[in-house]
Ligand binder design. Structure first.
Ligand code: AMP
Ligand code: TRP
Length: 330
Protein backbone atom coordinates (compact mmCIF):
# COMPACT_ATOMS: atom_id res chain seq x y z
CA UNK A 1 0.00 0.00 0.00
CA UNK A 2 1.24 3.48 -0.84
CA UNK A 3 2.61 5.35 2.15
CA UNK A 4 1.73 9.03 2.48
CA UNK A 5 3.28 11.51 4.91
CA UNK A 6 2.51 15.16 5.46
CA UNK A 7 3.14 17.73 8.15
CA UNK A 8 1.63 21.00 9.26
CA UNK A 9 3.12 23.60 11.58
CA UNK A 10 1.25 24.69 14.71
CA UNK A 11 1.79 28.40 14.18
CA UNK A 12 -1.28 30.58 14.02
CA UNK A 13 -4.89 29.48 13.75
CA UNK A 14 -6.09 27.15 10.98
CA UNK A 15 -7.82 29.10 8.21
CA UNK A 16 -10.15 28.25 5.35
CA UNK A 17 -7.24 28.02 2.87
CA UNK A 18 -5.59 25.27 4.92
CA UNK A 19 -8.87 23.41 5.06
CA UNK A 20 -9.78 23.62 1.36
CA UNK A 21 -6.21 23.52 0.03
CA UNK A 22 -4.76 20.78 2.19
CA UNK A 23 -6.69 19.23 5.06
CA UNK A 24 -9.68 18.06 3.07
CA UNK A 25 -7.40 16.13 0.74
CA UNK A 26 -5.67 14.60 3.78
CA UNK A 27 -9.05 13.33 4.93
CA UNK A 28 -9.78 11.87 1.48
CA UNK A 29 -6.31 10.40 1.15
CA UNK A 30 -6.43 8.47 4.43
CA UNK A 31 -8.79 5.96 2.81
CA UNK A 32 -6.60 5.48 -0.24
CA UNK A 33 -3.14 5.19 1.29
CA UNK A 34 -1.42 4.34 4.56
CA UNK A 35 -1.29 7.91 5.82
CA UNK A 36 0.87 9.54 8.48
CA UNK A 37 -0.07 13.09 9.49
CA UNK A 38 2.17 15.02 11.81
CA UNK A 39 1.82 18.25 13.76
CA UNK A 40 5.38 19.51 13.34
CA UNK A 41 5.95 21.35 16.62
CA UNK A 42 9.75 21.17 16.28
CA UNK A 43 9.54 23.04 12.99
CA UNK A 44 7.68 25.81 14.79
CA UNK A 45 10.73 26.34 17.03
CA UNK A 46 12.81 27.69 14.14
CA UNK A 47 11.37 31.10 15.01
CA UNK A 48 10.81 32.30 18.60
CA UNK A 49 7.55 30.98 20.10
CA UNK A 50 5.68 31.81 23.26
CA UNK A 51 5.60 28.52 25.26
CA UNK A 52 1.96 28.81 26.38
CA UNK A 53 0.89 29.71 22.87
CA UNK A 54 2.89 26.87 21.28
CA UNK A 55 1.38 24.26 23.60
CA UNK A 56 -2.15 25.55 22.99
CA UNK A 57 -1.67 25.79 19.20
CA UNK A 58 -0.22 22.31 18.95
CA UNK A 59 -3.17 20.71 20.75
CA UNK A 60 -5.65 22.92 18.91
CA UNK A 61 -4.22 21.88 15.56
CA UNK A 62 -4.33 18.19 16.48
CA UNK A 63 -7.96 18.60 17.53
CA UNK A 64 -8.84 20.51 14.36
CA UNK A 65 -7.33 17.67 12.31
CA UNK A 66 -9.53 15.21 14.18
CA UNK A 67 -12.55 17.48 13.83
CA UNK A 68 -12.17 17.84 10.06
CA UNK A 69 -12.22 14.07 9.77
CA UNK A 70 -8.77 12.55 10.21
CA UNK A 71 -9.75 9.20 11.70
CA UNK A 72 -7.12 7.94 14.16
CA UNK A 73 -8.23 4.37 13.49
CA UNK A 74 -7.47 4.79 9.79
CA UNK A 75 -4.55 7.25 9.64
CA UNK A 76 -1.68 7.80 12.07
CA UNK A 77 -1.90 11.24 13.67
CA UNK A 78 0.89 12.35 15.99
CA UNK A 79 3.00 15.19 17.32
CA UNK A 80 6.50 15.35 15.86
CA UNK A 81 8.35 15.84 19.17
CA UNK A 82 6.67 12.73 20.60
CA UNK A 83 8.76 10.61 18.25
CA UNK A 84 12.43 11.34 19.09
CA UNK A 85 13.64 9.48 15.99
CA UNK A 86 12.86 12.67 14.02
CA UNK A 87 15.56 14.72 15.72
CA UNK A 88 18.10 11.92 15.62
CA UNK A 89 17.68 11.32 11.90
CA UNK A 90 17.65 15.08 11.33
CA UNK A 91 21.22 15.28 12.66
CA UNK A 92 22.31 12.45 10.39
CA UNK A 93 20.75 14.21 7.41
CA UNK A 94 22.29 17.55 8.38
CA UNK A 95 25.60 15.77 8.00
CA UNK A 96 24.49 14.42 4.63
CA UNK A 97 23.36 17.81 3.29
CA UNK A 98 25.83 20.37 1.99
CA UNK A 99 25.98 23.88 3.42
CA UNK A 100 25.62 25.32 -0.07
CA UNK A 101 22.55 23.22 -0.73
CA UNK A 102 20.77 24.52 2.35
CA UNK A 103 21.86 28.07 1.60
CA UNK A 104 20.06 27.91 -1.75
CA UNK A 105 16.65 27.20 -0.19
CA UNK A 106 14.42 30.10 -1.15
CA UNK A 107 12.29 29.79 1.97
CA UNK A 108 15.40 30.28 4.11
CA UNK A 109 16.40 33.30 2.06
CA UNK A 110 12.90 34.83 2.36
CA UNK A 111 12.53 34.17 6.07
CA UNK A 112 16.01 35.17 7.11
CA UNK A 113 16.23 38.36 5.08
CA UNK A 114 15.92 41.36 7.36
CA UNK A 115 15.18 39.18 10.40
CA UNK A 116 16.71 40.38 13.64
CA UNK A 117 17.53 36.84 14.82
CA UNK A 118 18.09 33.93 12.45
CA UNK A 119 18.33 30.60 14.27
CA UNK A 120 20.60 27.81 13.04
CA UNK A 121 17.44 25.70 13.08
CA UNK A 122 15.84 27.91 10.44
CA UNK A 123 18.82 27.08 8.24
CA UNK A 124 18.73 23.32 8.83
CA UNK A 125 14.92 23.12 8.79
CA UNK A 126 14.83 21.20 5.48
CA UNK A 127 16.97 18.40 6.96
CA UNK A 128 14.42 17.92 9.75
CA UNK A 129 11.67 17.90 7.16
CA UNK A 130 13.57 15.28 5.15
CA UNK A 131 13.89 13.20 8.33
CA UNK A 132 10.12 13.42 8.88
CA UNK A 133 9.52 12.04 5.43
CA UNK A 134 12.28 9.44 5.15
CA UNK A 135 11.58 7.81 8.52
CA UNK A 136 8.29 6.44 7.22
CA UNK A 137 9.45 4.96 3.89
CA UNK A 138 7.16 7.53 2.36
CA UNK A 139 6.13 7.18 -1.28
CA UNK A 140 4.11 10.36 -1.63
CA UNK A 141 4.15 13.73 0.13
CA UNK A 142 1.13 15.98 -0.44
CA UNK A 143 2.41 19.54 -0.02
CA UNK A 144 1.82 23.02 -1.33
CA UNK A 145 3.90 24.38 -4.18
CA UNK A 146 6.05 26.41 -1.74
CA UNK A 147 7.48 23.13 -0.39
CA UNK A 148 8.61 21.80 -3.75
CA UNK A 149 12.27 22.73 -3.20
CA UNK A 150 12.34 21.13 0.27
CA UNK A 151 10.90 17.94 -1.19
CA UNK A 152 13.51 17.93 -3.92
CA UNK A 153 16.19 18.19 -1.21
CA UNK A 154 14.65 15.27 0.72
CA UNK A 155 14.88 13.20 -2.47
CA UNK A 156 18.49 14.24 -3.08
CA UNK A 157 19.46 13.37 0.50
CA UNK A 158 17.80 9.96 0.27
CA UNK A 159 19.56 9.19 -3.00
CA UNK A 160 22.92 10.45 -1.70
CA UNK A 161 22.66 8.46 1.54
CA UNK A 162 21.65 5.29 -0.31
CA UNK A 163 24.54 5.76 -2.70
CA UNK A 164 27.15 6.46 0.00
CA UNK A 165 26.08 3.96 2.63
CA UNK A 166 23.55 1.61 1.04
CA UNK A 167 26.10 -1.03 0.04
CA UNK A 168 23.71 -2.50 -2.49
CA UNK A 169 20.49 -2.18 -0.49
CA UNK A 170 18.68 1.11 -0.20
CA UNK A 171 18.28 2.47 3.31
CA UNK A 172 15.67 5.07 2.35
CA UNK A 173 12.71 5.11 -0.01
CA UNK A 174 12.98 8.08 -2.39
CA UNK A 175 9.73 10.07 -1.98
CA UNK A 176 7.67 11.82 -4.64
CA UNK A 177 6.00 15.18 -4.13
CA UNK A 178 2.26 15.31 -4.76
CA UNK A 179 1.60 18.94 -5.51
CA UNK A 180 -2.04 19.67 -6.28
CA UNK A 181 -2.39 21.31 -9.67
CA UNK A 182 -6.05 22.18 -9.43
CA UNK A 183 -6.33 22.38 -5.64
CA UNK A 184 -8.23 25.30 -4.24
CA UNK A 185 -6.14 28.40 -3.73
CA UNK A 186 -8.14 30.54 -1.36
CA UNK A 187 -7.40 34.24 -1.56
CA UNK A 188 -7.69 36.93 1.12
CA UNK A 189 -11.23 38.37 1.19
CA UNK A 190 -9.96 41.95 1.47
CA UNK A 191 -6.90 41.61 -0.78
CA UNK A 192 -8.01 38.97 -3.29
CA UNK A 193 -4.74 38.98 -5.20
CA UNK A 194 -2.86 37.46 -2.28
CA UNK A 195 -3.31 34.09 -0.60
CA UNK A 196 -5.41 33.82 2.54
CA UNK A 197 -2.93 33.08 5.30
CA UNK A 198 -2.92 32.45 9.00
CA UNK A 199 -0.73 35.45 9.60
CA UNK A 200 -2.53 38.03 11.65
CA UNK A 201 -2.08 40.97 9.30
CA UNK A 202 -5.45 40.72 7.55
CA UNK A 203 -8.07 39.63 10.09
CA UNK A 204 -11.00 40.84 7.96
CA UNK A 205 -9.69 38.95 4.95
CA UNK A 206 -9.10 35.64 6.74
CA UNK A 207 -11.69 33.07 7.78
CA UNK A 208 -10.64 30.83 10.60
CA UNK A 209 -11.95 27.28 10.83
CA UNK A 210 -12.92 27.81 14.47
CA UNK A 211 -14.32 31.31 14.02
CA UNK A 212 -17.77 32.29 15.21
CA UNK A 213 -20.13 31.72 12.27
CA UNK A 214 -21.78 35.15 12.56
CA UNK A 215 -18.39 36.68 12.03
CA UNK A 216 -17.68 34.32 9.10
CA UNK A 217 -20.91 35.42 7.44
CA UNK A 218 -20.13 39.09 8.00
CA UNK A 219 -16.64 38.79 6.51
CA UNK A 220 -17.90 37.06 3.38
CA UNK A 221 -20.67 39.61 2.92
CA UNK A 222 -18.08 42.39 3.20
CA UNK A 223 -15.58 40.70 0.89
CA UNK A 224 -14.00 43.05 -1.63
CA UNK A 225 -15.48 42.64 -5.12
CA UNK A 226 -15.36 45.31 -7.83
CA UNK A 227 -17.42 48.18 -9.18
CA UNK A 228 -19.04 46.15 -11.94
CA UNK A 229 -22.11 44.03 -11.26
CA UNK A 230 -21.57 41.09 -13.60
CA UNK A 231 -20.88 37.72 -11.96
CA UNK A 232 -18.18 36.03 -14.02
CA UNK A 233 -15.25 33.72 -13.21
CA UNK A 234 -12.19 35.68 -14.27
CA UNK A 235 -9.41 35.64 -11.64
CA UNK A 236 -7.35 38.25 -13.52
CA UNK A 237 -10.04 40.87 -14.09
CA UNK A 238 -12.35 40.01 -11.18
CA UNK A 239 -10.22 38.50 -8.37
CA UNK A 240 -12.71 39.13 -5.55
CA UNK A 241 -15.75 37.62 -7.25
CA UNK A 242 -13.67 34.77 -8.64
CA UNK A 243 -12.35 33.96 -5.17
CA UNK A 244 -15.89 33.57 -3.83
CA UNK A 245 -16.73 31.36 -6.81
CA UNK A 246 -13.59 29.26 -6.24
CA UNK A 247 -14.45 28.79 -2.58
CA UNK A 248 -17.96 27.68 -3.52
CA UNK A 249 -16.54 25.38 -6.19
CA UNK A 250 -14.10 23.80 -3.74
CA UNK A 251 -16.93 23.09 -1.33
CA UNK A 252 -19.50 21.78 -3.81
CA UNK A 253 -17.24 20.15 -6.39
CA UNK A 254 -18.88 22.16 -9.19
CA UNK A 255 -16.96 24.28 -11.70
CA UNK A 256 -16.73 27.98 -10.74
CA UNK A 257 -17.92 28.95 -14.26
CA UNK A 258 -21.08 26.89 -13.79
CA UNK A 259 -21.80 28.45 -10.43
CA UNK A 260 -21.36 31.93 -11.93
CA UNK A 261 -24.16 31.36 -14.45
CA UNK A 262 -26.69 31.21 -11.63
CA UNK A 263 -26.07 34.76 -10.42
CA UNK A 264 -26.71 38.18 -11.84
CA UNK A 265 -25.86 40.18 -8.73
CA UNK A 266 -23.16 40.13 -6.03
CA UNK A 267 -25.55 40.19 -3.05
CA UNK A 268 -27.08 36.74 -3.58
CA UNK A 269 -23.67 35.31 -4.55
CA UNK A 270 -22.19 36.46 -1.24
CA UNK A 271 -25.17 35.23 0.73
CA UNK A 272 -24.87 31.76 -0.80
CA UNK A 273 -21.08 31.67 -0.39
CA UNK A 274 -21.50 32.58 3.28
CA UNK A 275 -24.08 29.86 3.77
CA UNK A 276 -21.92 27.20 2.12
CA UNK A 277 -18.87 28.09 4.21
CA UNK A 278 -20.91 28.15 7.42
CA UNK A 279 -22.45 24.76 6.61
CA UNK A 280 -18.97 23.39 5.99
CA UNK A 281 -17.60 24.76 9.26
CA UNK A 282 -20.59 24.05 11.53
CA UNK A 283 -20.08 20.26 11.95
CA UNK A 284 -16.30 20.74 12.25
CA UNK A 285 -16.83 23.22 15.08
CA UNK A 286 -19.28 20.87 16.77
CA UNK A 287 -16.81 17.99 16.70
CA UNK A 288 -14.08 20.32 17.91
CA UNK A 289 -16.23 21.32 20.90
CA UNK A 290 -16.74 17.64 21.74
CA UNK A 291 -13.00 17.02 21.59
CA UNK A 292 -12.35 20.05 23.80
CA UNK A 293 -14.68 18.62 26.40
CA UNK A 294 -12.55 15.47 26.55
CA UNK A 295 -8.87 16.46 26.63
CA UNK A 296 -7.91 13.03 27.97
CA UNK A 297 -9.39 11.47 24.84
CA UNK A 298 -7.21 13.59 22.57
CA UNK A 299 -4.13 12.85 24.66
CA UNK A 300 -4.82 9.13 24.34
CA UNK A 301 -5.26 9.41 20.55
CA UNK A 302 -1.96 11.29 20.24
CA UNK A 303 -0.13 8.80 22.47
CA UNK A 304 -1.40 5.91 20.35
CA UNK A 305 -0.44 7.80 17.17
CA UNK A 306 3.09 8.37 18.46
CA UNK A 307 3.39 4.70 19.34
CA UNK A 308 2.26 3.63 15.85
CA UNK A 309 4.62 6.18 14.27
CA UNK A 310 7.54 5.01 16.39
CA UNK A 311 6.99 1.41 15.38
CA UNK A 312 7.75 2.46 11.79
CA UNK A 313 10.34 5.16 12.49
CA UNK A 314 12.58 3.20 14.87
CA UNK A 315 13.49 0.40 12.41
CA UNK A 316 14.23 2.97 9.68
CA UNK A 317 16.53 4.88 12.01
CA UNK A 318 18.20 1.63 13.07
CA UNK A 319 18.91 0.85 9.39
CA UNK A 320 20.46 4.28 8.90
CA UNK A 321 22.58 3.97 12.07
CA UNK A 322 23.80 0.56 11.02
CA UNK A 323 24.63 1.72 7.49
CA UNK A 324 26.62 4.66 8.90
CA UNK A 325 28.69 2.50 11.23
CA UNK A 326 27.21 3.69 14.54
CA UNK A 327 27.54 1.00 17.18
CA UNK A 328 24.17 -0.64 17.97
CA UNK A 329 22.60 0.65 21.19
CA UNK A 330 22.40 -2.73 22.90
P1 AMP B 1 0.74 26.88 5.95
O1 AMP B 1 -0.40 27.47 6.66
O2 AMP B 1 1.37 27.84 4.98
O3 AMP B 1 1.73 26.18 6.83
O4 AMP B 1 0.14 25.76 5.00
C1 AMP B 1 -0.38 24.52 5.42
C2 AMP B 1 -1.04 23.87 4.22
O5 AMP B 1 -2.20 24.62 3.80
C3 AMP B 1 -0.14 23.81 2.97
O6 AMP B 1 -0.36 22.58 2.29
C4 AMP B 1 -0.60 24.96 2.12
O7 AMP B 1 -0.39 24.75 0.75
C5 AMP B 1 -2.10 25.03 2.44
N1 AMP B 1 -2.60 26.42 2.33
C6 AMP B 1 -2.28 27.47 3.13
N2 AMP B 1 -2.93 28.60 2.76
C7 AMP B 1 -3.67 28.28 1.67
C8 AMP B 1 -4.56 29.01 0.80
N3 AMP B 1 -4.84 30.29 1.01
N4 AMP B 1 -5.15 28.34 -0.22
C9 AMP B 1 -4.90 27.03 -0.41
N5 AMP B 1 -4.08 26.28 0.35
C10 AMP B 1 -3.47 26.88 1.38
N1 TRP C 1 7.68 22.55 5.96
C1 TRP C 1 6.28 22.27 5.80
C2 TRP C 1 5.49 23.60 5.70
O1 TRP C 1 6.00 24.62 6.08
C3 TRP C 1 5.73 21.47 6.96
C4 TRP C 1 6.37 20.13 7.03
C5 TRP C 1 7.32 19.71 7.93
C6 TRP C 1 6.15 19.03 6.17
N2 TRP C 1 7.66 18.43 7.72
C7 TRP C 1 6.97 17.98 6.64
C8 TRP C 1 5.33 18.85 5.07
C9 TRP C 1 7.02 16.75 5.99
C10 TRP C 1 5.38 17.61 4.42
C11 TRP C 1 6.21 16.58 4.90
O2 TRP C 1 4.35 23.58 5.26
Amino acid sequence: MTRVFSGIKPTGAVQLGNLLGALRSWVREQHEADSFYCVVDLHALTVPQDPTELRARTLELAQVLLAVGIDPDVATLFIQSHVPEHTELAWILECTAAFGELRRMTQFKDKSEGAEFVSAGLFTYPALMAADILLYDTDRVPVGDDQRQHLELARDLAIRFNHRYGAGTDVFVVPEAAIPTVGARVMDLQHPTRKMSKSEDSPQGTILVLEDLTSVERKIKRAVTDTETEVRFDPEAKPGVSNLLSIMAAITGEEPETIATRYTRYGPLKADAAELVCELLRPIQQRYAELLADPGGTAAILAKGAEKARAVAAPTLARAREALGLVPRS
